[in-house]
Design a protein around this ligand. Sequence first.
Ligand SMILES: Nc1ncnc2c1ncn2[C@@H]1O[C@H](COP(=O)(O)OP(=O)(O)O)[C@@H](O)[C@H]1O
Ligand SMILES: [Mg+2]
Length: 363
Amino acid sequence: MHIDKIKINNFKNYISCEVNFSEKINFLYGKNGAGKTNLLDAIHYLSFGKSAINKFDNDNINHKNNFFSLEGCFSNNMVYKCTYEKSNSKKIFENNKKYNQIKKHIGKIPVVFLSPYDINLIRNYSTERRKFFDQILSQTSYKYLENLLSYNRLLKQRNAYLKRINNIEMIERDIIKSYDDKMINLNKSIQDYRLKEIENFTKIFNKNSLKINDEDLKYRIEYFSNFSYNMDTSIYDQNFEKDFFTKKTNIGIHNDDYLFKMDKNLIKRSGSQGQQKTFIISLKLSEFEVLKNNLNIKPILLLDDVFHKLDDNKIDTLIEYLLDKKFSQIILSDSIDERLSLLKNKLIESNVIRINKGEVDER
Ligand SMILES: Nc1ncnc2c1ncn2[C@@H]1O[C@H](COP(=O)(O)OP(=O)(O)O)[C@@H](O)[C@H]1O
Ligand SMILES: [Mg+2]
């Protein structure tokens, strides 16, 4: 899959702009603050119907205006358009036909976005890592997505009930039991799929990280859960008092984590910035491969500031890797002048797009 052209109106620092992309490697070059990340985010927006960076859509509208619109022409001869007006709902169109539900658009344009913010996957809490894997798993199985949505809804209700009742004697065990009965089965099916897919993911990850990493270190991912398959609803009974006093459900797949390690230690604690970045790059390139294998489409690969903080050896290794035929379109950004000439020699036939203050100059 590739994007041929994007038209941007009033999205972040772009007022009105049209960019053509090559179907292979595109190199966005511009100073800090020029709008490289914003352009990549516009492509992400067309794919997922949301920004990879801003939580609130109002923040994506150019400060001087009250709406934005994005339009992309893609290699499958489809034109997708997203519009958002202040205090109005967002709309997504496929060949001028509006979707009645935005979730129907998800999965039409597979995109993998690697951004400097991804370092939070290592540094932050388990929520970020679960979100990362859940987003992949939900794209490869609609059933998984449905189970996860049901589980999260039940969990919210169960916890709300625990919070609402102040006296343990007043808890109606039948109510709790009705949640437990449903949740135990969902725990099992969600964990089942996670275990299966994480095994597949780590196989690909181990292979990729060995290629990208030029040091004698092993990067690893370990799945961790306080739920195990042989548990039944009695586990909720055993934890009931704790659940009541902590006002939350203590056992279950909502606490799962994926431990990111370098050799035997957490990379969060022992990895240098460059090593952490290499880990994240391996993770994202594995995401690319898993989606490609499952969906039979090569996702568009967006690499924002990907060479930053990497030494020359790591940059060379990464470039070699990116030249592999398994990739389709790659759009990468950088702000260092010397790197542009270095990369132009290596990434032959790359399309250079120069960006300056929200305007684009193609050469
Ligand atoms: N809603 C907005 N309206 C106008 N400008 C914005 C908006 N959101 C971000 N910007 C501007 O976009 C610029 C950052 O663009 P960005 O794509 O992150 O740059 P870079 O090329 O360094 O990746 C900043 O100057 C910022 O002020
Ligand atoms: Mg940037």
